[in-house]
Design a binder for this molecule. Structure first.
Ligand SMILES: [Zn+2]
Length: 397
């Protein structure tokens, strides 16, 4: 009897000491300072941050889910994602709290789609996956260089893609790693390189063409900071991200709409200072930060490419006058350089080290293509047992 009581006591202590992770959703009216206040976390956590770290705070989206680990009824850590790669981690330590950006842990699972075409690529992919996502992505891979909509019975498609999982739930969009389109028995391979673009097996790039054109929105002196999803700063010993391009420019220089669209935000955004956001077709949004003053257009108005929406400044605690230019596709920050880059007309073929890298990727996928091709039946979103990043089986990129 005494023993049982003792075990109950032990069990209870264990349970109360055990930390519990709870998931929450970021309320759209919640500011970061309001959030700190709510959980009795000193505001100096925010005020001690530098410029780049403060900018990232503004990337916390309404509706974003975040987790709090509770230990003995007290906060032990809070994890708030700010991008696909990084999360802000607030940790309780003896002397209070510390905040750092750290990579979001995830499992990368490889999956396969292999379909013999019956009615057309879009239709068959949709029937198999219940989404148009893969068709759209395939179009991006081949940059509309192939007659995908004319694929006929007997043609085929093979896609190897990866899906990130976090807390056993898929998170962020699936990414095509390699694919094959067969038209009239002629194969067209696409391989993803580390520049986020697709090449055929000989290293020739499938050129991207955009339906919407974007221009550099300011007359600038130099690029003072480039886009990075996540990088480890060897001197600061921490992770940073910069979800846009900083164009250093003279104070008061005109900032123009990079492409035509509707102004969906005009106002103050913490570390970004005075901000204008424009929504464009195709799920794209552009952001212009640190303005000294706004242009005449208001929220809700439509602006044409090249129309003045504001003027260069340093609002929001930036170092020198510059424009922070961000570009988002379906809410995900992507490198604006991918969109404002000049259209390249001539063929691009990888050489030297880059070419050897591509060939390694081709060899990595070759046995997988061979295996899938051998099968007669369709494969749809088959989950391979491979957790690529757990076992270091990532493509050699
Ligand atoms: Zn910036």
């Amino acid at each position: 009897m005494r023993l049982t009581l003792l075990s109950i006591v032990i069990l209870l202590t264990l349970l109360t000491q055990h930390s519990i992770a709870k998931e929450y959703k970021w309320n759209n009216k919640l500011t970061f300072l309001g959030f700190l206040k709510k959980y009795h976390i000193p505001q100096k956590i925010y005020y001690n941050m530098d410029r780049e770290d403060r900018e990232l705070i503004q990337e916390i989206k309404a509706g974003q889910s975040y987790t709090i680990n509770w230990k003995k009824g007290k906060i032990s850590t809070i994890n708030i994602p700010v991008s696909d790669e990084l999360m802000l981690q607030i940790k309780r330590i003896k002397q209070g709290y510390i905040a750092n950006y750290v990579p979001i842990p995830y499992k990368l699972i490889e999956k396969t789609i292999s379909i013999k075409i019956k009615n057309g690529l879009d239709k068959d992919l949709y029937r198999a996956t219940k989404t148009h996502y893969y068709y759209k992505e395939i179009q991006e891979v081949y940059s509309k260089a192939l007659p995908l909509n004319k694929m006929k019975k007997g043609d085929r498609v093979i896609i190897f893609y990866t899906q990130r999982y976090r807390h056993n739930k898929p998170y962020t969009s699936p990414k095509i790693e390699a694919c094959l389109i067969e038209i009239n028995k002629k194969p067209y391979y696409g391989f993803l390189m580390d520049d986020n673009k697709y090449y055929d097996s000989m290293g020739v790039k499938y050129q991207r063409t955009y339906t919407t054109r974007f221009i550099i929105p300011v007359n600038y002196k130099r690029i003072s900071s480039r886009f990075t999803q996540s990088r480890y700063h060897p001197i600061l010993h921490r992770y940073r991200a910069h979800l846009g391009i900083d164009y250093a420019a003279r104070r008061g220089n005109r900032i123009v709409a990079s492409s035509s669209g509707k102004i969906v935000f005009k106002g103050w955004k913490g570390g970004y200072g005075r901000v204008v956001e424009i929504k464009h077709p195709g799920g794209i949004k552009t952001l212009y930060a640190h303005m000294s003053r706004f242009g005449k257009y208001n929220r809700g108005s439509y602006v044409k490419q090249g129309q003045v929406i504001g003027y260069v400044g340093t609002s929001g605690r930036s170092t020198g006058p510059h424009l922070h230019f961000g570009l988002y596709k379906n809410g995900h920050a992507i490198n604006p350089a991918r969109y404002v880059a000049k259209r390249q007309a001539k063929k691009i073929k990888l050489k030297g080290r880059q070419y050897r890298k591509l060939r390694k990727i081709v060899l990595h996928f070759r046995p997988q293509f061979r295996e899938v091709k051998r099968r007669k039946n369709n494969i749809v979103k088959k989950e391979s047992s491979k957790c690529l990043n757990c076992f270091k089986r990532l493509p050699p990129r």
